[in-house]
Design a protein around this ligand. Structure first.
Ligand code: ZN
Length: 141
């Protein structure tokens, strides 16, 4: 039952991605790829003080990578940088270490992916890109 619901959520994000596009100007733009699957993600972020005021992505690849990016952007948009990092860390822990899916919004729908190590790389790609973007932006003077 839950599997069907999760599949619907994943397909919905894949077909109707949230936060699609490119911010201009942006405080950081990060491109990341997963050559194993051919996934490409380009995330741009804009900050207002400590808030993640804007986030957008462009990308191509499998449904898991694109849906994960849409869900991740949705979940962290408008929140603090610290929360964005926390969500990305916990999402990765859910997939890699079997961590809890609590309080991860739609990202919870991807927990079944942890049974497929090759697909875990697809799902964590946007996560790595976001963490890089958050890091870049903090390095700025
Ligand atoms: Zn993929």
């Amino acid at each position: 039952m839950a599997d069907d619901l999760y599949r619907e959520i994943i397909l919905d994000h894949y077909r109707h991605p949230r936060h699609r596009g490119r911010l201009d100007p942006a405080d950081a733009v990060v491109e990341a790829d997963n050559p194993l699957c051919g996934d490409l993600i380009d995330i741009s972020v804009r900050f207002d003080g400590d808030q993640l005021a804007g986030i957008a992505f462009e990308g191509t690849g499998c449904s898991i990578s694109q849906a994960a990016c849409s869900m991740l952007c949705d979940e962290v948009s408008g929140g603090s940088r610290a929360r964005a990092r926390d969500v990305a860390d916990r999402f990765r822990a859910m997939l890699v270490n079997g961590g809890s899916a609590d309080d991860l919004g739609d990202l919870e729908a991807l927990q079944g992916v942890r049974a497929y190590p090759v697909r875990v790389k697809c799902a964590t790609l946007p996560c790595n890109a976001l963490l890089q973007a958050l890091g870049h932006a903090e390095d700025r003077p």
